[in-house]
Design a binder for this molecule. Sequence first.
Ligand SMILES: Cc1cc2nc3c(=O)[nH]c(=O)nc-3n(C[C@H](O)[C@H](O)[C@H](O)COP(=O)(O)O)c2cc1C
Length: 193
Amino acid sequence: MSYTPKILAFAGSTRKESFNKKLVKIAAEAARAAGAQVTYVDLRDLPMPLYDGDLEAEQGIPENAKKFKSLLIAHDGFLISAPEYNSSISGVLKNSIDWASRPAPNEPSLVCFAGKVVTLMSASPGALGGLRSLVTVRSLLSNIGVIVLPTQVAVPKAHEAFDPEGKLKDPKQQASIEALGRDLAGVLTKLKG
Ligand SMILES: Cc1cc2nc3c(=O)[nH]c(=O)nc-3n(C[C@H](O)[C@H](O)[C@H](O)COP(=O)(O)O)c2cc1C
């Protein structure tokens, strides 16, 4: 039977007009065109409290964190666009990962991350395109068992980079983001097919 890669795409931003959401949707569409089954999730739709060990002990893992974790579990690969906040990743992305990393009773450690494959990208109005966030998220995800693919793209001057349809105005840049989505689908097929 042929294998269909299952990919979850999301950005580490809740902002409605987020550049990172626009960026990851380009990669997601290309992965879909390459035959993957792609789910896009907007973290704005899954608001979670800040991780608090007391809250977890008293009330368990919040419903939206469980939903996010279930989505991660149900997919083999992730496309993540990570905004850069003060040279690191956004609190929203870190908090979502922290909650998802918490085990339910009798669950193997890091069940939603171990052995998954991720491709990273970023967009920022700044000159580096959020590149420094990718250093952090690459290290973080590697340390929790995610295979982080080597190729990544950071899109600088993001406030000028997209056309009204959400495509990148620079055809080479658009192609490089499409390649990220396509290549993740290809790697998953080789690894898991
Ligand atoms: C608290 C904060 C810190 C930021 N720090 C950086 C930074 O270190 N480097 C950078 O390139 N952009 C920085 N920015 C600008 C973000 O890249 C910009 O707000 C971007 O639009 C966020 O991504 P989004 O459009 O996907 O929401 C910062 C923004 C905020 C709110």
